[in-house]
Design a protein around this ligand. Structure first.
Ligand SMILES: Nc1ncnc2c1ncn2[C@@H]1O[C@H](COP(=O)(O)OP(=O)(O)OP(=O)(O)O)[C@@H](O)[C@H]1O
Ligand SMILES: [Mg+2]
Length: 177
């Protein structure tokens, strides 16, 4: 069976915190929930997987490739959504695509347009004027428009009302990457 993600003996040390030899495997086609108390190291683990922080030890493989040596290749297959909007405030919704599509060899404009419609995102509205739920839907639309095979979400529904949160969870359960 192909593994989407293999984390082996991953370590990270900050002054007052250390992630001590974390190992887990996620087979392709599966959904994994990552549960732990505040400060347990969930976001740190995700940042290490994405090479947004330097690990102290261990290794991470994404679809069999090393997350650092093969970073450019694996990032094409990956999409990540954090709980804060990562686009520039003054961009309009439709301008987000212009900037982001340059990073992805398999950017799918039709797919993005379909998501904007489906998620009811007004193309001319500026990022700063979107509601929390709309910002989340915009990040999901981007994440799902470049043919990613692994979607990593770090508390994307925090701050959404219970209905919004359930709708996102139901929607994600139906996504087939
Ligand atoms: N850049 C950093 N420098 C120093 N310490 C850090 C840094 N990033 C995270 N930490 C520390 O690492 C620990 C784990 O934080 P992390 O954000 O990974 O937790 P979490 O499990 O995602 O928590 P939450 O549920 O609150 O999101 C915390 O003690 C945090 O202060
Ligand atoms: Mg966190």
């Amino acid at each position: 069976m192909n593994n989407a993600l293999e984390v082996r003996n991953l370590c990270k040390t900050y002054n007052d915190f250390s992630l001590d030899s974390i190992s887990f495997t996620l087979p392709a086609g599966y959904i994994m929930g990552f549960v732990g108390q505040n400060g347990a190291g969930k976001t740190t683990t995700i940042r290490l997987i994405l090479n947004m922080a330097n690990r102290t030890g261990g290794e991470v493989k994404i679809f069999g490739l090393d997350n650092i040596e093969d970073e450019l290749t694996v990032k094409q297959e990956l999409a990540a959504v954090f709980d804060e909007i990562c686009f520039v405030d003054v961009w309009r919704v439709r301008e987000v695509e212009k900037v982001i599509k340059g990073f992805y060899s398999q950017w799918d404009s039709e797919q993005f347009a379909a998501y904007l419609k489906r998620f009811k995102l007004p193309p001319d509205k500026r990022v700063k004027d979107l509601s929390r739920g709309m910002k989340l839907r915009l990040m999901l639309a981007v994440a799902m428009s470049h043919n990613a095979k692994l979607l990593i979400l770090d508390e994307p529904t925090s701050g959404l009302d219970p209905g919004g949160s359930r709708r996102v969870a139901r929607y994600l359960a139906r996504v087939h990457l």
